[in-house]
Design a protein around this ligand. Structure first.
Ligand SMILES: [Zn+2]
Length: 247
């Protein structure tokens, strides 16, 4: 079974033992309690990650944000202001600043990351065609500030590790083809673990750093929640495939 907490712990162990440099990013799209569990599993393995919270009730939970920060992890803002402000750049920037200030009342924040909003026509990264987040004390936005010529990006978008074909925005189009040619394509978590554990694999040979994004709501202990997430993702992948074809 994939996308269980046990599998996530196995992935962390394989990452640590591989000697590869890696960053763990979590987009807390919903079910923040799942993120707290993942944060505890990382703490057990003495790893630190970054958790990006949205400002909507299904993500934003002040008690959980503080608990995750107290475990030694970094908190970031998972912004979607251009979507919530219907494409109005000025209003979106104000909304972004207000939300950032609110989050900073809880914990220090110097990193942000776009929420993909697959059903929205707006890409919230477009705010930064008009404004500069560095002026707000933000040091890192993964889509802009990662050197993808040295960093392989993988994400569990679509509840699989090769979901960039069905993802509307969460992908790095200019490098995806190269990575495919190099054999750096994974479908299951076991596929990643297998390459991490094999010194002759492309992942070990090519000396990329790894940026790994997960959505903790997808990772559950086996049980009812696990089956619900599995079923709903089947439906969502169908909708996204339709959206990607239309674009
Ligand atoms: Zn998101």
């Amino acid at each position: 079974m994939d996308f269980t907490l046990e599998k996530y712990a196995q992935l962390l162990t394989a990452l640590r033992l591989s000697g590869i440099s890696f960053q763990l990013r979590h987009d807390v799209d919903l079910l923040p309690a799942n993120s707290l569990r993942i944060a505890q599993i990382e703490k057990e393995q003495e790893l630190k990650a970054t958790y990006y919270f949205r400002m909507v009730p299904e993500s934003y939970d002040e008690a959980i944000i503080k608990q995750i920060a107290a475990l030694g992890h970094t908190i970031g803002y998972h912004y979607e202001s251009l979507t919530t402000c219907n494409g109005d750049i000025e209003a979106a920037y104000r909304d972004f600043c207000d939300n950032l200030a609110k989050l900073r009342q809880l914990v220090p924040v110097n990193t942000i990351c776009m929420h993909g909003s697959p059903r929205s026509p707006y890409d919230s990264r477009d705010i930064w065609k008009h404004y500069d987040y560095h002026q707000l004390g933000i040091k890192y936005e993964p889509y802009f500030d990662t050197d993808f010529s040295h960093t392989l990006y993988i994400t569990d978008t679509g509840r699989r590790w090769d979901g960039y074909h069905v993802s509307v925005r969460d992908k790095i189009p200019q490098y995806q083809e190269l990575w495919e040619k190099q054999g750096l394509v994974f479908h299951t978590t076991d596929d990643i673990i297998a390459q991490l554990s094999n010194t002759a694999s492309p992942l070990r040979q090519l000396h990329y750093g790894l940026l790994i994004t997960t959505h903790p709501q997808r990772w559950n202990p086996l049980g009812v929640r696990y089956l619900m997430e599995f079923g709903s993702q089947m439906v969502k992948n169908g909708i996204k495939r339709h959206l990607v074809r239309r674009n």
